[in-house]
Design a protein around this ligand. Structure first.
Ligand code: ACM
Length: 753
C-alpha cells in the first residue's frame, strides 16, 4: 500500500475549513487548505526550478525572486531547498493552482501562468505572516476561484485620479486575486479619455468650471475649473501593466445618457436646445445623445480608438439612467420611431444599444451594460451588470445572457461604511464591512442552468464625494478585501475568521501607504434599563481584538491615557459619554453618546411599529433607549428607518403622569430620499383603549436637511398611556431624487417630560 505523505497527517478538515489553532493569514482564503508536518525554513538557499516556457510567467518569477531575496540567498550551487514551478493539466480551472509547502521543498502548480501568479501571491502572504520566525508551517493548498469575473469599478469622471493611483489599485487588486478593473471614463461631469479624432472631447469635455460644495443639492459652487484626462499612451501603458498581473481593464463609454461632457464638446450630438456644459453638480441630466447618424458615426469612431487601446473582450457601454424627455420632445426621434416601427422611447434606447452592439460585435468584442439595457429588449449578445438590485441579473440570466452582479446594497463602495460621525461625506446608504463579507452573489430563484450565467461580481466606487486618492483608498479598503473573498472563496470561513486575517494585514496596507477605514473598530453601544427602572447599563461592543475600549464621562475628549472600559457603565442621569477604540496606540474610532433620562426611557413600550431591517440596529425600541442619534448622520446605527410606513407606538408609564412636553427627533436628507413626517399626532389615555388627541403637527416642508427636533407642548394633567403616530410622506415630491417613490422616515429619541 502506498504510504500517505506525512505532510497531510495533521490536517483536520471540514468543508475546506481548518479547525486548528493555526490561522493562515491568506486573503482571500483558499478553497482548500491542509496543514502538514514540519516547517519550510526561509533562512536557506533556494533554487527556483521553473519548467514553464510561456513568457507570461516571467514577471511572476521576477516578483518571487525579488521577494525571496530579503529572506534567503538564491544560489543554485549551494542548494538546500527548491521552489518548483510547473504546469499541471489536471488542474481544470485556468486560474487554479496547488501549492505545497514542505520542509526544504515548495511545489507550485498551475493550469496556466495565471494560476502560478495566484499561487505566488498566496506564498508571498505566507512569507509575510511568518517572516519573523522565518519558518512557514508545512501546508498544502488547492485553490481556484468561485467566480471567473472579480471586478472593481472606479469612476474617474466625477473626480479624476492620476494614472499612478490606478496602477496602485491594480497592484492591490492582483494581491487580492481580483481580475477586472472597470474604469468609468465618461459621464456628465467629465470626459477622461483622449480621442484623437475628436480633440474637443478632452479639451472641452475634460474640464468643468466648478463643482458643487457639500452634499447634493449642495451649498454653493467652487467656481474652480476642475478636470483632467488620460492620454492614449497612458492608458495603453496601464493595460500592459495590468496584463502582467492578469487584470483586464474594462473601459466604459457611457451612452445614450450621462453624456453632457461629450455634448458640451460636440453639441450636434444632442437634440436638446438648452445650454451645453460639462455638469458641475451630481444627478441625472435630460440632455442625452440623439440617435442620429451623426451620433452613431461619432460613437463608432470613438469606439475604434477605444478598441485599439483596450483588448478587453467586453466593452462597457453604460446604458443606465437615460431620461427619455428629450427624445419625447424631439421631432427627429418621433419620426425615426415611426419609420422604424419603434413602439416607445424604451424601445428607442434598445435600438440605440443594439446598433452599438452590432458594431462592437463586428470588431470581435461583446458589450456589457447596466441593467437598464434590459428595458425595451436586450441586445442579442449583451452582458448585463445588475446594479439596481438582483432582479435585472436574474432576468438576464433567465434569458441566458452573462451577468455580473453588482447590486447597490452590497456592492456600492460610495455608501457610508462606518457609524463613526467622522466618516467622510458619502453618497448615502450604509455598507459596513460585515455586510460586504456576507454578500451571497448567487441570487435565489435561478435553476442550475440559469445560475451558470452569473459570471461574477463587481464593487463600484462612484466618486461624487471622493475628491482625492486618499479618500478613494478609504472607501475601498478594507471593503474591497472582503469583496475579493466573496468573489474567490466558495465557502467563506466566516466574518470572524476573516477579521482575524485582516487585522494583521492592516499594517501592510499602512506600509504600502494605503489609507484605510477603521470601521472594523466601530463601537456599538447598547443600553438596557435596570430592573428598578432607575438607570441604564451601557454596554460597548463591536471592536475587533486587539483594539481596546476606552471611555470618558462628562464630555472630556478621549486620549490614549483615557481609562480602559472593561465593564459596562451605569448611567442614572442625563450624561455625555465618549467611548473610543485604541489600536496601535492611536484612538482609531470614537462614539459620543448624548444620554437622556426622561419619562419615555422608563416607560413600558406596549406596541410599536417595526423599523426597516436596513435601519434597525438600535432595536425596535431604539427610539427610547436614552441615546440620541447623531446630528449629521441618519445611518449611525442609532436612528430607526421606516420606508413608506408610519412610526406608531404606545407607551405605558409606571404611574399616572402629568405631561408638559414631547420632544421628537427626526432626520431629513432629501437627496437620500429621507423626509420629515407628513404629520405627527400625540394622544393620551388612562386605560390604554380610549385615546384623546392632545396635539397634531404638520407642514414641515420648509425644514432644512439634517437633524430636526420637534418640541410639542402636551398640557395633560393625567396620563397613563401615550400614543405617538408619525406618518411617513407617501410620495416624494416631483423634482427631487426618488420623486414618486415612498419617502423614508427616520426617528430617534422621543423624550417625554
Ligand atoms: C449606476 O449606478 N447608475 C450604474
Amino acid at each position: 500500500m502506498k504510504k500517505k505523505p506525512l505532510l497531510f497527517c495533521l490536517a483536520i478538515l471540514i468543508n475546506g475549513l481548518v479547525l486548528n489553532a493555526q490561522v493562515f493569514n491568506i486573503l482571500p482564503y483558499p478553497n482548500k487548505l491542509e496543514i502538514g508536518k514540519g516547517y519550510f525554513d526561509l533562512n536557506t538557499t533556494i533554487q527556483i526550478v521553473n519548467t514553464i516556457k510561456d513568457p507570461m510567467v516571467t514577471p511572476t518569477i521576477g516578483i518571487l525572486k525579488e521577494h525571496l531575496k530579503s529572506f534567503t540567498q538564491l544560489n543554485p550551487k549551494k542548494v538546500n531547498a527548491s521552489f518548483e514551478i510547473s504546469i499541471d493539466p489536471a488542474i481544470t480551472n485556468n486560474e487554479g493552482y496547488t501549492l505545497q509547502v514542505a520542509p526544504n521543498k515548495i511545489v507550485l502548480k498551475g493550469n496556466s501562468p495565471i494560476g502560478i501568479f495566484y499561487g505566488v501571491q498566496t506564498f508571498l502572504q505566507l512569507t509575510e505572516q511568518f517572516k519573523k520566525s522565518k519558518n512557514i508551517p508545512a501546508v498544502y493548498i488547492q485553490d481556484a476561484p468561485a467566480l471567473s469575473y472579480r471586478g472593481l469599478m472606479l469612476d474617474v469622471s466625477r473626480h479624476f485620479f492620476p494614472i499612478d493611483f490606478v496602477k496602485k489599485l491594480v497592484d492591490i487588486m492582483a494581491v487580492q486575486k481580483m481580475n477586472n478593473l472597470h474604469i468609468h471614463l465618461t459621464d456628465d461631469q467629465g470626459w477622461r479619455i483622449e480621442i484623437k479624432k475628436y480633440p474637443k472631447l478632452t479639451e472641452v469635455g475634460g474640464y468643468r468650471n466648478g463643482t458643487i460644495i457639500g452634499k447634493f443639492p449642495g451649498e454653493g459652487n467652487t467656481n474652480q475649473r476642475y478636470g483632467g484626462f488620460y492620454t492614449q499612451a497612458e492608458l495603453k501603458d496601464l493595460v500592459s501593466y495590468a496584463a502582467t498581473k492578469f487584470i483586464n481593464i474594462v473601459p466604459e463609454i457611457e451612452m445614450p445618457g450621462h453624456a453632457s461632457a461629450a455634448i458640451a464638446a460636440y453639441p450636434a450630438l444632442s437634440t436638446f436646445e438648452s445650454e451645453k456644459k460639462v455638469q458641475e453638480t451630481w444627478g441625472v441630466f435630460e440632455d442625452v445623445f440623439s440617435p442620429t447618424e451623426y451620433t452613431f458615426n461619432f460613437l463608432q469612431d470613438v469606439l475604434d480608438e477605444v478598441l485599439a487601446i483596450f483588448p478587453s473582450p467586453v466593452i462597457h457601454i453604460g446604458g443606465d439612467e437615460c431620461p427619455k424627455e428629450a427624445w419625447k420632445r424631439s421631432a427627429f426621434c418621433q419620426d425615426l420611431m415611426k419609420q422604424k416601427g419603434i413602439k416607445d422611447e424604451h424601445a428607442l434606447q434598445s435600438y440605440f444599444i443594439q446598433r452599438i452592439e452590432k458594431y462592437i460585435n463586428s470588431k470581435g468584442r461583446q458589450i456589457i451594460g447596466w441593467d437598464e439595457i434590459l428595458e425595451g429588449g436586450l441586445a442579442p449578445n449583451a452582458k448585463v451588470m445588475s446594479w439596481r438590485g438582483e432582479a435585472g441579473g436574474i432576468e438576464a440570466a433567465k434569458q441566458h445572457h452573462d451577468v455580473i452582479m453588482t447590486p447597490i446594497d452590497y456592492c456600492y463602495f460610495n455608501f457610508y461604511q462606518s457609524t463613526n460621525p467622522k466618516d467622510s461625506i458619502a453618497w448615502g446608504g450604509f455598507l459596513p464591512l460585515s455586510k460586504v463579507y456576507n454578500y451571497n452573489p448567487m441570487p435565489k430563484g435561478l435553476n442550475e442552468l440559469d445560475a451558470t450565467y452569473i459570471k461574477g461580481i463587481q464593487a463600484n466606487l462612484w466618486t461624487e464625494y471622493v475628491t482625492n486618492v486618499k479618500l478613494a483608498e478609504y472607501m475601498l479598503f478594507p471593503r474591497s478585501i472582503a469583496f475579493a473573498e466573496v468573489a474567490w472563496t466558495k465557502q467563506k470561513p466566516g466574518f470572524d475568521h476573516f477579521v482575524k486575517r485582516l487585522v494583521p494585514y492592516l499594517s501592510q496596507l499602512k506600509a504600502n501607504d494605503i489609507h484605510y477605514s477603521t470601521q472594523l473598530f466601530d463601537i456599538k453601544i447598547k443600553s438596557k434599563l435596570n430592573e428598578q427602572k432607575t438607570g441604564f447599563t451601557l454596554q460597548a461592543t463591536g471592536v475587533a481584538s486587539p483594539a481596546e475600549l476606552i471611555y470618558e464621562m462628562s464630555g472630556k475628549p478621549l486620549t490614549i491615557q483615557s481609562p480602559k472600559l472593561v465593564a459596562p457603565l451605569t448611567v442614572s442621569t442625563s450624561a455625555n459619554i465618549s467611548i473610543g477604540a485604541l489600536f496601535e496606540n492611536t484612538v482609531v474610532n470614537e462614539v459620543h453618546a448624548e444620554f437622556t433620562m426622561n419619562k419615555a426611557t422608563t416607560a413600558t413600550v406596549i406596541n410599536t411599529t417595526t423599523p426597516d431591517p436596513a435601519y434597525n440596529q438600535s432595536g425596535a425600541q431604539g427610539w427610547c433607549n436614552g441615546i440620541i442619534g447623531s446630528t449629521n448622520r441618519f445611518n449611525d446605527g442609532e436612528w430607526l428607518g421606516f420606508n413608506g410606513k408610519p412610526f406608531e407606538t404606545i407607551m405605558q408609564f409606571n404611574k399616572t403622569e402629568s405631561l408638559q412636553n414631547v420632544a421628537l427627533h427626526f432626520f431629513q436628507s432629501k437627496g437620500s430620499w429621507v423626509y420629515l413626517p407628513k404629520t405627527v399626532e400625540i394622544l393620551s389615555s388612562m386605560d390604554g383603549v380610549n385615546f384623546t388627541l392632545v396635539a397634531k403637527q404638520a407642514n414641515f416642508e420648509k425644514a432644512k436637511d439634517g437633524k430636526f427636533t420637534l418640541n410639542i407642548a402636551t398640557p395633560v394633567a393625567q396620563a397613563k398611556y401615550l400614543k405617538i403616530i408619525a406618518q411617513c410622506l407617501d410620495k416624494i415630491p416631483a423634482g427631487n431624487a426618488g420623486a414618486g417613490s415612498p419617502a423614508w422616515l427616520f426617528i430617534d429619541e422621543v423624550m417625554v417630560n
